[in-house]
Design a protein around this ligand. Structure first.
Ligand SMILES: [Zn+2]
Ligand SMILES: [Zn+2]
Length: 136
């Protein structure tokens, strides 16, 4: 769907199609109607990550998302400034773009990856934590 300011909250910074607002348990994010990339304002990515079913909003096919990884020179849909290329500190294969003033953009499938690896990490640290507690 082409971008139409009347029905779409934002214009996708990657493919220029319209984005629609989708909500999960009070956290509203913007998802592209075409490439299914997701825009997160401020701390929304972390808020959504903490919700059990937050990944359900990430409906895109990761295979499609990967195609968009190379389109990294994008501008913030809010202020038009060039966004910074970042990768997750723990999972270097997750690439996303950040505007320090407005938020971040993830390609389809990246949020799921971001969410689940972190659960695994938390689980690992839990085990390590227990072990440290038992050790003399
Ligand atoms: Zn898009
Ligand atoms: Zn911005």
């Amino acid at each position: 769907m082409e971008h139409d300011a009347a029905t779409h909250s934002l214009k996708c910074p990657k493919c220029q199609h319209g984005m629609e607002e989708v909500t999960h348990e009070g956290v509203a994010i913007d998802r592209c109607t075409h490439c299914k990339g997701m825009w997160f304002d401020a701390d929304e990515a972390h808020r959504l990550k903490d919700l059990k079913d937050g990944h359900l909003l990430d409906i895109g096919d990761p295979k499609d998302g990967w195609k968009w990884d190379s389109h990294a020179d994008i501008k913030c849909p809010h202020c038009g400034k060039q966004m910074e290329k970042a990768s997750d500190s723990k999972q270097k294969h997750i690439w996303y773009e950040v505007c320090r003033d407005h938020g971040m953009f993830m390609d389809a499938g990246e949020f799921k990856d971001f969410k689940f690896e972190s659960l695994l990490d938390r689980f690992r640290s839990l085990i390590k934590g227990n072990r440290a507690n038992i050790a003399p």
